[in-house]
Design a protein around this ligand. Structure first.
Ligand SMILES: [Zn+2]
Length: 63
């Protein structure tokens, strides 16, 4: 899957990278995400989510 020049399927606009807070499993993450400048739809790649989960699990194990 190509990571760049993704478009919003609703607005047909190029997505822009914007630092965005998103939550997953009750945890909040701050990350640069692809986001539609018009409707604000955020696109989170599976790869990113997996990476973040791994980070969280590591943090939990260290506690
Ligand atoms: Zn849009």
């Amino acid at each position: 899957m190509a990571e760049k020049t993704q478009r919003c399927c609703k607005c047909d606009l190029d997505l822009e990278i914007k630092q965005t807070v998103f939550s997953y499993m009750g945890m909040h993450f701050n990350h640069d995400l692809l986001r539609c400048p018009s409707c604000g739809q955020v696109y989170i790649s599976e790869e990113l989510v997996m990476g973040k989960i791994a980070e969280v699990e590591q943090l939990m194990e260290e506690k």
